[in-house]
Design a protein around this ligand. Structure first.
Ligand code: HEM
Length: 549
């Protein structure tokens, strides 16, 4: 068995070599090939075919023993090593997975550059596996970039085990529902700061929204009151998020995993840009981990009243006799920085998606504003005590999470044991389990006209019983988003405050023509509308007065 595994691994590497070098030449520059090249490629393809057949046979035997004869879930045929990458919409993979789902069903097996991938398109199957069998499906894939870039403190990337559990305990202590309720005054305060920003410079609405999301997180986590503009701590944390989203994507991690020497090319050598970026990220991570944490510690010593925050509560709750092998200061720093990485961008993009929806569906905006006017009036601004009386706003919030989810493929999972589901074999370990939130939220058997933004779907109407909102916008099982209560409340506060005070309308160009906005998105780990212009019109004259109170 060991020998066969060894052969598989040697052949895999040989395969990679043949595949990357020669096949790419054949497909990308065939007109440049000379006769001798063509012969060499033909020869290589012949060897490639023989080795592929040999390896397939080996894999078949090896896999068959491993799986006790059980089949893997159904899925598209791929070409050796490359797998199903060709034909995958790389920028919006959820579209391809949904297409495959129509043919193969809710559970699909595929292969991407040598990596086993299982895609789950169906909510019930996801609940069955990630919730009911959570001891098996709560892992995360090992990403070589975590250590390389100094981001192995991030709870969301950690392996399932004691270390991750310690982090989740701290999240529970700082962000569970009852504790999160205590942060509501901060959320309302920062939402109003956002509205004041709009009064001053409505054209910079993206910046104001970013500030709102970041400053809520900084206040909750560190008790730090971020400056509305150019705050040094926020700036560093945002740079880190940017790097995380652009440089440390799972795709890049997979590339480094497949071609490990990329990580070792010295930064001064051609091709060494990756190492250079990794070093920069490591340096930045050190600052983002320590600087706001030091702010909390200093304040605990010098200030007469300590601002309540997640970090200061965790420091208060420390019990050195129970800390065992862990350096708790380091762990608290890791958890706190994860809060920013997990919470700032997701809150911002969800608010952005809401603004896009209001521009494209003005009748929804109108109805939501009517409800606020009826319940809250114009003498004051809405607050959390109004929430139970604003069901249509609740529908708008649920629909924002459903219409375009900011993480359409959630975060990848890995198995910690092999499993059998409905007769299909699910291997242990280095397999990626992807849950397509996008496929679930756009399931036409569950949501009528799923591409439309329609909060009405959640209310009974003649001939149309209410649809149930998608109940997993924050993920599944043990690894469900620990920031869900805070996120839900921050976004509610942003939505209701904005709708109460401003009409969101199309911008006009210099000639007075309406600037059309399209439903277009920048994609990646998180999905955000492509930048657009719009106008924010005050809904009544007293808005300024209310905001200055
Ligand atoms: C609109 C806002 C947000 C959305 C849509 C969202 C969504 C998600 C999703 C889908 C996951 C993956 C869960 C899974 O694997 O099943 C996740 C994980 C996570 N989220 Fe959020 N999230 C949001 C805001 C936040 C906030 C505000 C925080 C922190 C305060 C946060 C912290 C985390 C962390 C730490 C994880 C990783 C959990 C783990 O691996 O154990 N998120 N989130």
């Amino acid at each position: 068995m060991v020998w066969s595994a060894f052969q598989v691994s040697v052949l895999d590497r040989f395969w990679d070599w043949l595949g990357t070098d020669h096949i790419i030449a054949l497909f990308s520059r065939p007109w440049c090939l000379e006769t001798s090249d063509t012969w060499r490629i033909a020869e290589n393809l012949y060897i490639y075919a023989c080795i592929s057949l040999h390896t397939l046979a080996l894999r078949y035997c090896h896999g068959h023993v491993r799986r006790g004869g059980l089949p893997l879930p159904p899925g598209p045929y791929g070409i050796p090593w490359v797998g199903n990458v060709i034909g995958l919409d790389v920028s919006q993979p959820w579209l391809t997975y949904t297409k495959w789902g129509k043919f193969y069903g809710g559970l699909i097996y595929s292969k991407m550059l040598g990596q086993d991938v299982i895609v789950i398109n169906d909510e019930q199957i996801t609940i069955e596996l990630l919730e009911r069998r959570s001891t098996v499906y709560s892992g995360r894939p090992v990403l070589v970039t975590n250590e390389l870039f100094g981001i192995d403190f991030n709870t969301g990337l950690m392996q399932y085990g004691l270390h991750w559990r310690l982090h989740r305990k701290m999240f529970h202590a700082g962000l569970r529902a009852e504790v999160a309720e205590g942060y509501r005054p901060i959320q309302i305060d920062k939402a109003r700061q956002f509205l004041r920003g709009l009064l001053k410079s409505p054209e910079h609405f993206e910046e104001h929204m970013k500030t709102m999301s970041a400053s809520i997180i900084m206040a909750i986590t560190y008790g730090y009151d971020a400056k509305p503009e150019d705050d040094p701590l926020v700036k560093k944390a945002e740079d880190m998020v940017k790097m995380f989203l652009t440089e440390i994507t799972p795709e890049r991690a997979a590339l480094i995993g497949a071609i490990p020497f990329l990580a070792y090319i010295p930064s001064w050598f051609p091709g060494g840009r990756y190492r250079q970026r990794a070093m920069e990220c490591k340096e930045l991570a050190k600052k983002v981990l320590t600087e706001p944490y030091e702010f909390v510690k200093q304040h605990r010593v010098s200030a007469s009243t300590v601002q309540k925050s997640m970090v200061s509560d965790l420091l208060d709750a420390r019990n050195p006799s129970k800390e065992g092998q862990y350096d708790m200061e380091k762990e608290i720093m890791g958890v706190a920085t994860t809060v920013f990485l997990g919470g700032a961008e997701t809150t911002y993009t969800t608010l952005y998606i809401f603004i896009l929806a209001m521009l494209l569906y003005p009748e929804v905006q109108h109805k939501a504003q009517e409800e606020i006017d009826r319940v809250v009036g114009c003498e004051r601004l809405p607050d959390f005590k109004d929430r139970p009386n604003l069901p249509y706003i609740e529908g708008v919030l649920r629909e924002t999470f459903r219409w375009h989810h900011t993480s359409p493929m959630s975060l990848p999972r890995a198995t910690t044991e092999s499993d059998v589901y409905k007769g299909y074999y699910i291997p242990k370990g280095e397999i990626r389990i992807l849950t397509s939130i996008r496929a679930m939220t756009r399931d036409p058997t569950r949501f009528a006209s799923p591409e439309r933004f329609m909060p009405e779907r959640y209310f009974d109407s003649p001939g149309h019983p209410a649809e149930k909102p998608f109940s997993h916008p924050f993920g599944f099982g043990r690894r469900v988003c620990p920031g869900r209560y805070v996120a839900d409340a921050s976004i509610w506060a942003g939505i209701v405050s904005l709708l109460a005070t401003y009409r969101i309308v199309h911008a006009k160009d210099e000639s007075g023509k309406v600037v059309e906005v399209k439903e277009e998105f920048d994609t990646g780990l998180s999905v955000c509308p492509k930048s657009f212009r719009c106008r924010f019109e005050k809904r009544w004259d007293g808005v300024e007065g209310l905001l200055s109170d």
